[in-house]
Ligand binder design. Sequence first.
Ligand SMILES: Cc1cc2nc3c(=O)[nH]c(=O)nc-3n(C[C@H](O)[C@H](O)[C@H](O)COP(=O)(O)OP(=O)(O)OC[C@H]3O[C@@H](n4cnc5c(N)ncnc54)[C@H](O)[C@@H]3O)c2cc1C
Length: 511
Amino acid sequence: MTQDVQIVWFKRDLRVNDHAPLLAASQHGRPIIPLYIVEPDYWQQPFAARRHWHYIHDSLTDLNTALTGLGQPLVTKIGQAADVLKQLCAAHGCSTIWAHEETGNQWTYDRDLAVHKMCSETGVTLHELPTNGVVRRLKSRDNWSVIRNARMSERIASRPTALTPTPACKPDPLPDKADSMFGDTQISHVQKGGRNAAVADLASFLNYRSRAYLYHISAPELSEFHCSRLSAHLAWGTLSVREVVQSVAKRRTQLGEGDKRQFARNLSAFGSRLAWRCHFIQKIEDQPEIETHCMHPAFEGLRVNDHNEAYFQAWCSGNTGYPLIDACMRNLTIEGWITFRMRAMLVSFASYQLWLDWRITGHHLARVFTDYEPGIHYSQLQMQSGVTGINAMRVYNPIKQSIEHDPTGTFIRKWVPELRGVSDEFIHQPWKQKETLFDYKGRILGEGYPARIVDHVTSVREAKQKINDIRKGANFRKTANSVFNKLGSRKTVSVRRKKVKVEDDNQPSLF
Ligand SMILES: Cc1cc2nc3c(=O)[nH]c(=O)nc-3n(C[C@H](O)[C@H](O)[C@H](O)COP(=O)(O)OP(=O)(O)OC[C@H]3O[C@@H](n4cnc5c(N)ncnc54)[C@H](O)[C@@H]3O)c2cc1C
């Protein structure tokens, strides 16, 4: 038996750079087991999906290459985390486990509690080091942004120069991408995972793609190129948010006068979003219940008993009869990513027009997003469904969004081929085409495309009425104030600028 082995447990931090636990462990000069645990129970949960595993699989491959280069390959184990760690500690005489503090969801929180319990029962020391800008056991939101900014300025943890190996530790075979453990969802495309892809995406965004970031951030088609596309890399930790923040700062210092005009505002808007990211994840850290409960308890029973399965299926499959909604959902299902405004519109449509509960639609979206990040996800779902009590009710009009962000219907025609021959006049509202029209081959235009399942105007009016009735209730404001004290952003400034026409969303700006 080898003595004094240390385990470094990788979770949503699949990198060797800016990995404080790995660096700290390597500095002790004792043998190391770099460990990733595939947890079958996790993959049974309603938010988990094969698409995530594809991304993780790519990332574990890059991680293994990097660790092998340092002297000790990655050890993969399959099982419950507490059991796996206990067995490894016993088998290799290990008394120390290093990991990042993970801010996930209730499932990962319970899993971490089980690991803590195992460690205290067996005398193993568990060191959990902070990650991102999220502060564990935060006493008050008032000084959160100061702590977060200080963390972002801290020196990046360097990649260890070498690891002392633990040759006796044998891994389980890494399940392949097609393994049945990860569900049977058909997926056609997944963003390439791994550190190499992450660094390449960061570089291309900072060097040229960010040039027109704000101009195209909301257009469903162009945003795919002009947004950073770093969300999956940040969610699974192939990049740390500090690495990205510091890379942005460095890029800003390198901009010449000409470039400054093109890049500076875009990089600043991008930097704000990195701050929102930490702000939202801090919410779930402070109150894990937001995964399953409305932030404002007065909204708890809303929508729950009114579930309409036919509406839900139409929404999930992109068959609501609203062209932009359907195009976005079909695009998202295939690609696993869509830009912020279109995500917000999809949820707004589901929550207001279709009156579906955010917990049900949220699980569907968690499975299709490659970048599923619980802290952002559940906060955003609640905001776009009007149940936080601390944000203005924001309803996206699917026709207005369609005319503004896909004016010529290019995106719609690409993803909803039934509408390919429909003229620009009717592409946003095909139901207005009263007469049956034919193309030059005599085919009926729009045939096969469903009639719209609800009238978007009357359904929204009813939805707003129900929400406003709750907002007028006794004690609503008092409870909203305590929600704000616990979770609200402390500084809101207008993000609409005067000179340049930009798209931005009504989000709290933190700095
Ligand atoms: C209903 C809903 C659910 C969402 N679920 C997720 C999710 O599970 N995972 C996720 O990463 N993002 C989520 N978002 C936020 C946002 O849509 C994505 O982060 C963004 O579209 C990712 O693309 P990008 O990396 O190119 O973003 P960019 O615009 O390039 O932004 C850079 C980074 O900032 C962060 N960011 C951007 N917008 C936001 C925001 N509004 N709130 C918090 N952080 C933000 C992300 O980490 C993103 O990678 C959700 C938004 C909505 C409306």
